[in-house]
Write a protein that binds this ligand. Sequence first.
Ligand code: ZN
Ligand code: ZN
Length: 381
Amino acid sequence: MGIRGWCFALPLCSNSAMPKTSRAVVQTGPRQLEMRELPIPDVTDETALLRVEACGICGSDAEQYTGVLPVRMPVIPGHEPLGIIERIGDRAAKRWKVNVGDRVAVESLIPCGHCRDCRSGSYQLCRGRGGLFGHGYVPLSRAPGLWGAYADYMHLDANSIVHPIRADVPASIAVMYNPLGAGFRWAVEIPNTRPGDSVLILGPGQRGLASVIAARAAGAGAIMVTGLTRDAGKLALAREFGADHIIDVEQEDVGARVREATGGRGADVVVEVSANATEPVAESLRYVAPGGTVVLAGVKGFKAVPEFISDLVVVKEITIKGAFGVTARSYEQAIALIESGRVPLAKMHTHDFGLDQADLAIRTLAGEADGPASIHSCLIP
Ligand SMILES: [Zn+2]
Ligand SMILES: [Zn+2]
């Protein structure tokens, strides 16, 4: 077994400065985060060590933080990692086609590779390793512990999935591979959005904006985005990213605006990415065109949806699809878009936080902290 990036004798070897421990933010319970120093594991022939450059944060981080999303604790959160391969086993380097010094985006889910879902190509559904098995979710008790990206270093499992990404893109932009990947999967891949299709996006947060960017890149026709009055800044950004119509749900009749923009038909595709509110789920059935598709991706804290009129699904032959994860194909489209520099993504990035500010970062994202609202934020160790 040879370990690349690990040398034994050279006096100038950069790895001689390799620290033995890593800072890591550990969640021990709801709203309980603490900084710990944890040992950095050795790599095997099939694993690697990532030096974390940035970790994106999203609504799931807030749900994990408050305890709405059930996660085994103690755990190191952080499921949107970007970093540099610090050490890698020979076999992992060959299989992943990356080497020491390469920058990679890491998928959150670590599939088992042999369950029925993995075998049929739906690896994003894999629960073959017990529950939600992925970076940011595997508990500290499972060796080697450094599974999450709220840390200086993160362990990469033999089945972790990495995507190379160019090193000259600023880390806070490169780490947008995650929300943008979600945009491509939720607004294009899952509903099979074709050129000319009208797309209505409910919610102008980072996933909503990413959906605008992806739908525009896919050649969609009319793109419409809804938000609250206080979302004016995000809606203006949506327009800049390619939305044709922005709709303030507190001031305007959404149904009328959608009909007006679609020749009375309704939207071919509706993407529901609002946080917590259940009304947009029920209303999406009114806005979608007959035969159209509604993609539900905004999580609601496991609440029931009042006023959900199933007859609308029947008489309009609506297809409703759930979207939770992102797949390799959508990540690759997102990375290509980031590397192209075609979209002014920096306008969506609002906050960089240090690792010691993880608590503030999540509360800012959730709108609980003072100061400017977050659109896209990340932790920079
Ligand atoms: Zn996320
Ligand atoms: Zn599996």
